[in-house]
Design a protein around this ligand. Structure first.
Ligand SMILES: [Zn+2]
Length: 369
């Protein structure tokens, strides 16, 4: 018997200026929130947030995020929330803040609201938190029983953030279709624990088509801090289509390569989606896609400002040794390389990592002339 599954947040709300009404959306959830927030976001929205929550008689405890989604941070936020009799959690900020908020919601049994201020990854809609060590090395996926109750995303805030974040979100979303396609071909189980539903595959494909049609336009708009229809479509693709698409469509080589790359200190200042973009190119080489498909993706990444060489994710020297380590790490049993069709081994991944770098270098050479 084959079992399929699809899961998603209970509600997803997106729009420019939606933060002006955030209290209205929060009041049906709870009357007292612990709000986990990125410290650099706090001054930007504090007044608006306080007015809105006061207008809806919502009490809250503000907690500034310490920077890593790790066990010690989850424990710290939980203790504060419980000591202050909070009834729900609201996470505001980037992917790691959101993931921490989701984990706190799970352990404390709180309704969970997440409000990403960047569209830099597909973390907000999913029922998993990516756990890191205190020092930022990928540790494991924490699978949660439920997706967030509510996701609220203000596209004007997204447009005000540095455009590199939107580019990284596009990199993360770019992997969704290729990884879902690989899982579908191999019959691998998805992050939902079952086989992919047709709906998830269609969302993943729609995510890819949206990126190709709107990605370049959206980047130009966000570089100028404005919200255009293309930005709205890309934020939805990066956050919702990719979120539901990856979770119920499955992960494969691109994210396994990302996870492998995180063991190198060189890559730590690069964003999740930037490393995933390199993982996408590596996966396409493992799949031996056509020249046209490879060229389409290299050209897209180049236009968006996503890395296509190892140097662009901080790896400049001792490449062979480092890529051997990355390949071994990417093929760990706990990771998603095993979801690829065929029996991919570390040697195969090593070869693809090296070839991807050369394809990227050749592409850059051709386009610098
Ligand atoms: Zn991702």
């Amino acid at each position: 018997m084959s079992i399929i599954a699809i899961q998603s947040p209970s509600k997803y709300i997106q729009g420019a200026g939606i933060y002006n009404d955030i209290g209205k959306y929060l009041s049906p959830v709870a009357t007292k929130f612990v709000i986990l927030i990125d410290s650099f976001i706090l001054p930007l929205i504090k007044d608006k947030l306080e007015q809105n929550l006061a207008a809806e008689n919502i009490q809250y405890l503000l907690v500034e995020f310490q920077g890593e989604c790790c066990h010690s941070e989850i424990e710290r936020v939980m203790q504060l929330a419980v000591a202050n009799q909070c009834m729900a959690i609201l996470g505001i900020g980037g992917g790691k803040t959101i993931d921490t908020a989701k984990a706190v919601g799970f352990y404390a049994k709180y309704p969970t609201v997440v409000s990403p201020t960047v569209a830099s990854s597909d973390a907000p809609c999913s029922a998993l938190s990516v756990m890191y060590s205190d020092k930022g090395v990928f540790d494991s996926y924490l699978f949660l029983p439920n997706n967030p109750n509510l996701v609220i995303i203000d596209t004007q805030l997204v447009a005000n953030a540095p455009s590199r974040f939107l580019a990284a979100g596009i990199g993360d979303a770019l992997a969704t279709w290729f990884e879902a396609r690989a899982c579908h071909r191999s019959g691998a189980k998805t992050m939902s624990g079952e086989l992919s539903a047709a709906a998830a595959l269609h969302l993943a494909k729609h995510c890819f088509d949206t990126l190709m049609a709107e990605g370049r336009k959206a980047m130009i708009a966000v570089q100028n801090k404005v919200v255009t229809p293309a930005v709205e479509k890309i934020v939805e693709a990066n956050t919702y289509l990719s979120g539901v698409g990856f979770e119920s469509g499955g992960l494969a080589a691109a994210h396994a390569v990302h996870n492998g790359l995180t063991i190198l200190d060189d890559t730590h200042k690069y964003l999740h989606g930037e490393k995933v973009a390199y993982g996408v190119i590596t996966q396409l080489i493992l799949e031996n896609v056509s020249d046209d498909e490879l060229e389409q993706i290299l050209s897209f990444c180049y236009d968006i400002g996503l890395p296509i060489t190892l140097a662009q994710i901080g790896i400049h020297c001792v490449i062979e040794q480092k890529m051997k380590l990355v390949a071994e790490e990417a093929c760990l049993e706990s990771d998603t390389m095993k979801n690829m069709p065929g029996n991919i081994q570390p040697d195969d991944v090593y070869a693809a990592l090296i070839a991807a770098n050369q394809y990227g270098k050749n592409f850059l050479l051709r386009h610098s002339q």
